[in-house]
Design a protein around this ligand. Structure first.
Ligand code: SAH
Ligand code: AVI
Length: 308
């Protein structure tokens, strides 16, 4: 089955639930990936800047931990921005960027080919929420999985556990993993990061409905929906929703969905983990947390994990 029937099935299933929901992996079509790149450069979105700064400040130690000449596998690579620092320091035997967004993946691979002509780049257009067979990199290089950006926070703790189990199998007994994780912090800082003043996050969220219209022939009227994001402290996560501004009916293919005024579609969670919470999650999946790098303000953590 190709990607369109799965997309349609996921949308119908999500909108049929009592709390309507859509999987966040569908944010990333060509427009969504571009909007995400703009989010990364927003003054309120500290996440990318904090991780970039801490990676730059600790690149020597990070490279020693991962080991030069490894095969570097990156999940949710997007524009592979932070990866450039790693590639320079690690001189990996091969780089495997994995992303669901074909346009983002191709754009990043082209730029990296130009910047690092000596590097073997093997782009993989795939969905990491399903079992994924990776092409075997040439040689016997140690495998290191890189998962930056706190994309792990977009998975539920159960999904994150399953994902870490999968990567534990992929890196093998000698492998390692570098995971970027956003830390719990002042809810006001979190709130601002997901409710930016320029409305880019709102456009990113609303683009999901635009994509459903474009690819599945639905008739969402984007003017009748509003971006709604808040920090759910008991669950330790930002929740993004799209709120219906009025009672309305929306057609998706042959299906009709009724929305009450104020009813929401839950589009994304972004879990924030304390260092201890993330270490416990990694331990349950068979990893030992060996290294920890943080920025000066304690906004973001990069965990160095080894197979237990
Ligand atoms: N690593 C980059 C990008 C993070 S945005 C950074 O740190 O800035 C999340 C990325 O993961 C996007 O590029 C998106 O296309 C990708 N992604 C999201 N869900 C995915 C899935 N299920 N499978 C593969 N890629 C996914
Ligand atoms: C990719 N991911 C880690 C981002 C986040 O912060 O959860 C996606 C995002 N959603 C809204 N802004 C950014």
């Amino acid at each position: 089955m190709g990607p369109v029937p799965i997309f349609l099935e996921d949308v119908i299933a999500g909108l049929s639930r009592p709390q309507k929901a859509l999987p966040p992996k569908y944010f990333y079509d060509a427009a969504g990936s571009k909007l995400f790149e703009r989010i990364c450069r927003l003054p309120e979105y500290y996440v990318t800047r904090a991780e970039l700064a801490l990676t730059r400040a600790n690149i020597g130690a990070i490279a020693r931990f991962a080991g030069r000449g490894c095969a570097l596998i990156e999940y949710g690579s997007g524009e592979s921005l932070k990866t450039r620092l790693l590639i320079r320091a690690l001189r990996p035997a091969a780089y495997l960027p994995i992303d669901i967004s074909e346009p983002a993946l191709q754009r990043a691979a082209l730029k990296l080919e130009r910047a690092f002509p000596w590097l073997e780049i093997v782009p993989v257009n795939g969905d990491f929420s399903r079992p994924l067979a990776l092409p075997a990199p040439r040689g016997l290089a140690k495998r290191v999985v890189y998962f930056p950006g706190s994309t792990i926070g977009n998975l539920t703790p159960g999904e994150a556990h399953a994902f870490l189990r999968m990567t534990r199998g992929q890196v093998g007994p000698k492998g390692a993993m570098l995971v970027g994780v956003d830390l719990k912090k002042d809810p006001e800082v979190l709130h601002a990061a997901y409710n930016d003043s320029r409305g880019v996050t709102a456009a990113f969220n609303l683009n999901l409905l635009g994509r459903i219209n474009r690819e599945l022939g639905a008739d969402f009227d984007l003017r009748r929906w509003r971006h709604y994001a808040f920090y759910n402290a008991p669950l330790g996560r930002i929740e993004m929703h799209l709120a219906s501004l009025e009672a309305q009916i929306v057609n998706v293919g042959n299906y009709r969905f009724a929305f009450a005024r104020g009813e929401t579609i839950h589009t994304e969670n972004s879990y924030k983990y304390s260092v201890e919470e993330f270490r416990a999650l990694a331990a349950r999946a068979g990893f030992t947390a060996e290294k920890l790098w943080m920025d000066r303000k304690g906004l973001f953590a990069l965990h160095g994990l080894k197979a237990a």
